[in-house]
Design a protein around this ligand. Structure first.
Ligand SMILES: Nc1ncnc2c1ncn2[C@@H]1O[C@H](COP(=O)(O)OP(=O)(O)OP(=O)(O)O)[C@@H](O)[C@H]1O
Ligand SMILES: [Mg+2]
Length: 346
């Protein structure tokens, strides 16, 4: 194989689990073959996707060369690394709008925010589905009190999503024997499962598909942006994370992959003592605003750290349905701000 042969073979190699090739994804920077020694330089986004692509190339081509050296280009030029997500596939043509809820970090309240926003949209009369894209830590069924449900199929061999609180729900947890069964999937398998959930689930027509993303900025986030035209990204943060690189990474990833950011949600923002009503800014204040200014994205709202939010959520009783008027208002206000922040299609 000479340089040209390897180059075209690499361009035609599918990205594991995706319908796009490495060429279409513009992930190949340079290819060189000299005396049966091959060098490949990749333009990938995250370390995780670099490893995925590297392994795929090695599996396919390592045996054909004396050495195969695959490196990552240190600074990928903007707009080429995620080039394809500027014109993504549409695996969910039945959904008028796709909202991706993410953050660079775990445990900040993405799932809680996703579920309550989805329900708040349904309360306004929209048809809403929620896809739990956190295949390794699926929480949506517990938050929506559907964790004991099992998936069923309709006559067209499509999976019937669960329904509760007015929204349709799909999660990998509904396919496992118990909701705490751990999944030991490679990320390419996880990605394929999610694509199946987009394509083989009887969602019906939706005004909104809300996607609860796993923590981080890896393969799943990238795939969703490549396989779906995301209408709006929502970044969940907590005040102490505001200055951290994780949140910046999540914002930059959305900006790089051309996902319009609807805004930031500052969760666990402050604490109001239930007995005295005193407000405590446990993690400081003004962080969300500073971040919003720095990246020029709106701050959609702040949700306090609140015991009823934690208890209700963990018991499958979403605060936007079963909480106090005060709790409901936090999520409703965010939905209102979100609907004003991005141009949605109806
Ligand atoms: N505003 C809040 N006040 C109190 N507890 C909250 C609040 N928001 C979320 N929680 C609680 O914090 C925990 C983490 O929330 P959640 O699971 O939504 O985070 P996540 O970002 O989706 O986490 P992961 O990264 O693991 O997916 C849960 O126990 C949830 O009930
Ligand atoms: Mg979660």
């Amino acid at each position: 194989m000479n340089t040209k042969d390897l180059e075209s073979a690499l361009h035609a190699l599918p990205y594991p689990g995706l319908s796009r090739t490495l060429g279409e994804l513009k992930l190949i920077s340079e290819v060189k073959v000299t005396d049966n020694h091959a060098k490949v330089e990749l333009l990938t986004v995250s370390d995780e996707s670099y490893l995925t692509v590297k392994t795929a190339i090695e599996t396919e081509f390592a045996s054909q060369f004396k050495t195969l050296d695959i490196t990552k280009k240190s600074t990928a030029p903007k707009d080429t690394n995620y080039g394809n997500s500027a014109a993504p596939n549409n695996r969910a043509p039945y959904a008028a709008n796709v909202i991706a809820v993410t953050s660079g970090k775990g445990g900040v309240g993405k799932s809680t925010v996703s579920v309550n926003l989805a329900i708040a949209l349904a309360q306004q009369g929209y048809k809403v589905g929620i896809l739990d894209a956190d295949v390794y830590g699926p929480n949506v069924p517990r938050l929506t009190n559907t964790d004991l449900e099992k998936i069923r199929w309709n006559d067209d061999n499509q999976i019937i999503p669960c329904e509760n609180y007015g929204i349709k729900i799909m999660s990998v947890a509904l396919t496992t024997p118990t909701s705490d069964t751990p999944l030991v999937w490679r990320s390419s398998v996880a990605v394929s499962a999610l694509i199946q959930f987009l394509e083989d689930v009887a969602w019906g027509e939706l005004d909104f598909m809300v996607i609860d993303m796993p923590p981080g900025t890896g393969d799943i986030q990238l795939t969703m942006a490549q396989e779906l035209p995301i209408t709006a990204g929502i970044i969940v943060t907590t005040p102490q994370l505001v200055a951290s690189d994780d949140v910046s990474r999540a914002i930059r990833m959305f900006q790089d992959i051309h996902v319009p950011i609807a805004g930031l949600v500052e969760n666990m923002s402050y604490f109001i003592a239930p007995d005295t009503g005193t407000r405590y800014d446990i993690f400081g204040s003004g962080g969300g605003e500073r971040l919003s200014k720095r990246y020029n994205v709106p701050l959609l709202g702040q949700i306090p750290l609140n015991m009823d939010i934690r208890e209700g959520s963990d018991n499958g009783e979403p605060p936007v349905v079963l909480g106090s008027e005060m709790l409901k208002s936090y999520y409703k206000e965010i939905v209102k701000a979100m609907l004003e922040s991005v141009k949605f299609r109806f």
